[in-house]
Design a protein around this ligand. Structure first.
Ligand code: DX5
Ligand code: ZN
Length: 228
């Protein structure tokens, strides 16, 4: 199977973050958003060190892979030591791993990207709102995706930080066109047009999708994509 980030059939991609799904009905909620037009599932992994919250680990990816064999699983590692989890997410069936430049700075990030690819996944590099884009400038072209965080990671349901649009806009000028730019945090139909115009081609949304009743999710996904 071609990787969705390197060979997207269409852009932008809409990536529901399962952090706001109903954890007691995870399979059902995820199958529902995929049927409603979402392109992939975004898994927010937090370790209580890199961010002040605990969420999920490889077992969630394994469960989703078993329930949804064709789903593209995009794993966002908000953890202090991402290298430690590459093997277990690969075995669990993840398609893509993103880790933070704040956790693995400089050229070490390139080595880790190679380690991720060696396990058959694509690799992304994420950057927090206070970190200047210069921190990823040297390495971004070597990744499949750059994730510009639009909230300080830790929790869903936070307000979108407007200043991050400018980072995306400027990054799109020098990040090679084949490298996806993803934004994550506070994205909703209210600001999705500005997020897309800034050059973001993978929009993550947790609460905007999962806090709506299932029947309304198809409409929200279409609005995020700019189809409505
Ligand atoms: C940030 C996470 C996000 C977050 C998005 O802590 O990486 O994926 O849950 O949630 P919303 O869309 O509700 O801001
Ligand atoms: Zn995320």
């Amino acid at each position: 199977m071609e990787n969705l980030f390197t060979h997207p059939a269409r852009l932008p991609l809409i990536a529901p973050s399962i952090l706001s799904a109903d954890f007691a009905r995870m399979g059902e909620d995820c199958a529902g958003v995929l049927a409603a037009g979402a392109d992939l599932l975004h898994l927010d992994v937090m370790d209580g060190h890199f961010v002040p919250n605990l969420t999920m680990g490889p077992d969630m990816a394994r469960g989703l892979r078993a329930a949804l064999p064709n789903a593209f699983l995009d794993v966002h590692l908000m953890v202090a030591d991402p290298a430690r989890y590459v093997e277990s997410f690969a075995r669990a069936g993840a398609n893509h791993l993103t880790f933070h430049i704040e956790a693995v700075p400089g050229m070490a990030a390139l080595q880790l990207a190679e380690g991720i690819r060696a396990k058959g996944m694509t690799a992304g590099i994420a950057i927090n709102p206070p970190t200047p884009m210069e921190a990823v400038r040297e390495v971004a072209a070597k990744f499949d995706l750059v994730l510009v965080m639009s909230v300080n990671p830790g929790f869903s349901g936070q307000a979108f930080i407007e200043e991050t649009l400018d980072k995306t806009r400027r990054a799109r000028e020098w990040v090679p066109g084949h490298v996806r730019i993803q934004m994550d945090g506070g994205i909703s139909p209210t600001n999705a047009d500005r997020v897309r115009s800034a050059g973001c081609d993978v929009l993550v949304a947790a609460s905007a999708i999962f806090k709506k009743p299932p029947a309304a999710r198809q409409g929200v996904i279409a609005q995020l994509r700019g189809d409505e």
